[in-house]
Design a protein around this ligand. Structure first.
Ligand code: APR
Length: 316
């Protein structure tokens, strides 16, 4: 079969459909394997008419999951239920935890070497869930399991560029920590090109970035959470993973088992991606006193989210 094969699980959803569109257009994708519990044939037929080179296949329902992920190089997972107004990402836990656990169990058998990019929220917990399932199956490699935090980076870059009148496409903002509320930590002291912020700007921008998902949830007024921007972020991250597999090392932020910060196993920092997934953990670097406070505050919250995921799999 052609490589790289990218499997998209949850392909018929609000994120899945535009993400499938972007992956179909990515010249690096040779085979786009679409999986969902409903509507996959329609989405696949539609995408297959686009004149790009990626081959599209459709797989529907549990019985076809093994084939969907078999030999996949990269697996992107937006399967799950989205947030409604008044809900936190953690409120999604029960439904989405079960979905990710069951998908990971099949991935462990059908594609133990794949790079897995998890979008399903709460990412702070679903990454540990998938990791525990892979551990149980004896195929866990911490270099290959990622929580996608690219949307936090994308948003930060958009907001900083907007505030400062910069070119958004040339603005780089590292975001570390996790992917919910106070665990989202934009490193405004490390923006490229070098940008200075007043204290007032920092204390306005930081919570806006942390709550940006809620801005979308509220604006959609019951229709769900971010889909289009999340799809773009997911496609960017999948492309970065594929470039890494092809030997084009590149740096991205993602939530992985990095031990990058003392006292917490999973933590997003800039990482070097390469042929084996994570090649190098670059860490948080030199942070401001304000950022260090945010990092310190995120650790107990992340540990709570991680423990919840781990005990969901271990059953205690
Ligand atoms: N396997 C595969 N797909 C599934 C499963 C499953 N077990 N359960 C549900 N799905 C599919 C649904 O059929 C649907 O097509 O996942 C898709 C989810 O789509 P939406 O309900 O539109 O949700 P979306 O807005 O795409 O968000 C999905 O991503 O960002 C996160 O918080 C968000 O966790 C949520 C997820």
């Amino acid at each position: 079969s052609q490589a790289p094969k990218v499997a998209l699980l949850g392909a018929a959803g609000g994120i899945g459909q535009p993400l499938g569109l972007l992956l179909k257009q990515d010249p690096l994708v040779a085979h786009l394997s679409l999986y969902d519990v409903v509507n996959t044939p329609g989405v696949a037929a539609d995408l297959s008419h686009i004149d790009s080179n990626a081959k599209v296949t459709a797989h529907t329902g549990q019985a076809e999951l093994f084939a969907a992920v078999e030999n996949a190089d990269v697996i992107v997972i937006p399967a799950g239920v989205p947030r409604k107004p008044g809900m936190t990402r953690d409120d999604l836990f029960n439904t989405n935890a079960g979905i990710v656990r069951d998908l990971a169990a099949v991935i462990a058998k059908a594609a133990p070497k794949a790079l897995i990019a998890i979008i399903t929220n709460p990412v702070n917990s679903t990454v540990p869930i998938a990791s525990e399932v892979l551990k149980k199956a004896g195929v866990y490699d911490p270099k290959r399991v990622f929580g996608v935090t690219t949307l936090d980076v994308v948003r930060s870059q958009a907001f900083v560029a907007e505030l400062k009148g910069h070119d958004a496409t040339k603005t780089i903002v590292p975001v570390v920590g996790g992917h919910a509320g106070i665990t989202i930590i934009p490193l405004l002291s490390q923006v490229t090109p070098a940008t200075t912020f007043t204290e007032a700007e920092i204390s306005k921008l930081t919570p806006r970035i942390q709550d940006a998902g809620t801005e979308v949830v509220n604006a959609k007024a019951g229709a769900g959470s971010a889909t289009l921007s999340m799809a773009l972020a997911g496609a960017k991250f999948a492309n970065a993973l594929i470039r890494g597999l092809k030997g084009q090392k590149n740096v991205q932020c993602a939530y992985v088992a990095s031990n990058a910060v003392n006292g917490v196993e999973y933590f997003s920092t800039p990482l070097e991606l390469g042929p084996n997934g994570v090649e190098k953990i670059l860490g948080v670097g030199k942070v401001s006193a304000f950022e260090q406070k945010l990092i310190d505050a995120s650790v107990p919250e992340l540990n709570k989210n991680i423990a919840k995921g781990v005990s969901f799999v271990k059953g205690n």
